[in-house]
Design a protein around this ligand. Structure first.
Ligand SMILES: Nc1ncnc2c1ncn2[C@@H]1O[C@H](COP(=O)(O)OP(=O)(O)O)[C@@H](O)[C@H]1O
Ligand SMILES: [Mg+2]
Length: 392
C-alpha cells in the first residue's frame, strides 16, 4: 500500500501543510531535531492507532494548540483509495474516520494501513527483551488474522484479572473459596485463548522461516542459515509442537492441556501472588547456523538479522494477503556499512513505498531510484528539493 498524500494540522512541531508523496521513495533530509521523526510518527499513527514512538496523545499536539488533525489518502494494494483521518485533543478526545465514516473500535484499524518502522531500536528485536519479539510476532499475526488479535486481547484481559485476584488472595482477601473458584474460571478462560495465541505464534514462526532466510541471504550473502524458532514457556505447548512435528494439536486438546498445567501450579501462584506460567513468557530464538544471536551475535550480525526479520514480515503479509506495508527508515543507514545500506535500499524500494529520514544525505549518495521525491526538513517546515546535496 501507499500513502499518496497527507494533510497535517498541529502535529508536534510540523507546520500545517499538505504533502503529495512519491509512490516509490520519499527522502526527508534535515539536521537533528527538525521534525523528520515527527513526520514519520504522524504518517504511521493510523497503522496502529497509536504512536510508534510510544508517545501519549497530548504529547503529539503542537505546543500551544488544543487539538491535532491528520488526514491521509491511502492507496491499497488492490488499487482502491481510502481516506484515513484522525484527530486528538487535549481533553483525551479522539476521532478516527475511514472513508469519512467514524471508526468505533481500534480493532477496525487493523490492515487499513500497514507500516513498518526501522530505527536504531529495531536491533532490539534480536538483542532486546523477549517482549519485543512477542510484539513483533503478535503484530505480524494480527495483520494476517484479525481473530488472532481477539484472542490476544482476551488473553491479556484474563491475565490482568488473574494477576489482581492473585494479589488479593496472597494478602488473604477472597480466601473463602470464592476467590479460588474465580481464579479457576479465569484460568479456564486464559487457557482457551492462550491455546489460540500459542498456535498463532508457532504458525507465524513457520511462515517467517523461508522469507527470513531469503532476505538474510540477500542482505548478508552466504554467511550461514538464519532461523527464528518459537520458544513457548508452557510445557503443554512445547509438547504439542513436538508431537505434531511442528504442526500443533487441535485447539481443544491444547486448551485442556494448558489449563491442566496452570491449574497444577495454582497454589504456588497464590503463594507468590502472581501468574507464573502463560504465553506472557514466550520468546523466539534467532540464530545463524544454530548460534544464538542474542548471546553471540556481533553488532553487524544482529542488525542484519533484525532487518531481515522485518523484510520477512512484509513478505509473509504479501504471501498471505497480497499486502505490502509502507516502510519507514528512520536514521538507520549510519549504522550499516555503505554496501549493506545500498542493498537494503535497492531491495526495499523494489516492492514498497519507502520513507527515509536522515541527517546525512551521504547515506543515499548516488542513489536515484525512479520516482524519488525529497524534502528538506527545517524547524518543522518541509521544502521540496530538486537536488539532493551530497549526491553524485
Ligand atoms: N508537541 C510538540 N509541539 C511542538 N514541538 C514539538 C512537540 N513535540 C516535539 N517537538 C519538537 O520536535 C523536535 C524533534 O523533532 P524530531 O522529529 O524528533 O527531529 P528529527 O528531525 O531529529 O527526527 C524537537 O525540537 C521538539 O522540541
Ligand atoms: Mg529523528
Amino acid at each position: 500500500m501507499r500513502i499518496l498524500s497527507a494533510t497535517l494540522q498541529h502535529f508536534r512541531n510540523l507546520e500545517p501543510t499538505e504533502l503529495a508523496f512519491s509512490p516509490t521513495v520519499n527522502l526527508l533530509v534535515g539536521r537533528n531535531g527538525e521534525g523528520k521523526t515527527n513526520l514519520l510518527e504522524a504518517l504511521g499513527w493510523f497503522a496502529l492507532g497509536r504512536s510508534h514512538m510510544g508517545a501519549k496523545p497530548e504529547e503529539m499536539i503542537a505546543f500551544g494548540q488544543d487539538a491535532l488533525h491528520v488526514a491521509l489518502q491511502v492507496e491499497e494494494d488492490d488499487g482502491a483509495q481510502v481516506a484515513c483521518e484522525f484527530g486528538l485533543d487535549r481533553r483525551g478526545g479522539r476521532r478516527l474516520k475511514v472513508g469519512g465514516e467514524p471508526l468505533k473500535q481500534r480493532a477496525d484499524l487493523v490492515g487499513r494501513l500497514v507500516t513498518v518502522v526501522f530505527n536504531p531500536d529495531t536491533i532490539g528485536l534480536v538483542r532486546g527483551a523477549p517482549q519485543m519479539r512477542r510484539q513483533f510476532a503478535d503484530q505480524g499475526m494480527s495483520e494476517l488474522d484479525p481473530a488472532y488479535l481477539g484472542h490476544l486481547s482476551a488473553c491479556q484481559r484474563a491475565l490482568k484479572q488473574k494477576a489482581g485476584l492473585l494479589h488479593d488472595l496472597r494478602r488473604g482477601f477472597g480466601g473463602n473459596g470464592r476467590g479460588r473458584a474465580e481464579l479457576v474460571a479465569w484460568n479456564r478462560e486464559l487457557a482457551v485463548h492462550a491455546a489460540a495465541v500459542c498456535q498463532g505464534r508457532a504458525a507465524y514462526a513457520r511462515l517467517l522461516e523461508g522469507p527470513l532466510r531469503a532476505n538474510h541471504e540477500q542482505l548478508a550473502g552466504p554467511v550461514g542459515e538464519v532461523s527464528c524458532d518459537y520458544r513457548p514457556r508452557l510445557e503443554a505447548v512445547t509438547k504439542s509442537l513436538v508431537a505434531g512435528g511442528g504442526e500443533s494439536l487441535p485447539d481443544d486438546d491444547l486448551a485442556g492441556a494448558i489449563f491442566a498445567e496452570i491449574d497444577y501450579i495454582m497454589d504456588s501462584e497464590i503463594r507468590r501472588g502472581r501468574p507464573l506460567v502463560g504465553p506472557q513468557f514466550d520468546d523466539f530464538a534467532l540464530a545463524v547456523e544454530g548460534v544464538d544471536l542474542r548471546v553471540y551475535g556481533s553488532q553487524g550480525q544482529t542488525r542484519t538479522a533484525a532487518i531481515a526479520m522485518i523484510l520477512a514480515r512484509s513478505d509473509v503479509l504479501f504471501g498471505q494477503r497480497r499486502m505490502r506495508p509502507v516502510l519507514f527508515f528512520d536514521d538507520i543507514f549510519s549504522e550499516l556499512d555503505p554496501e549493506r545500506s545500498r542493498r537494503l535500499q535497492e531491495m526495499s524500494s523494489r516492492e514498497h513505498q519507502v520513507f527515509i529520514a536522515t541527517a546525512r544525505p551521504d547515506d543515499v549518495a548516488g542513489w536515484r531510484p525512479a520516482g524519488l521525491r525529497a524534502w528538506r526538513v527545517e524547524r518543522g517546515q518541509l521544502a521540496a528539493l530538486d537536488e539532493v546535496a551530497g549526491g553524485e
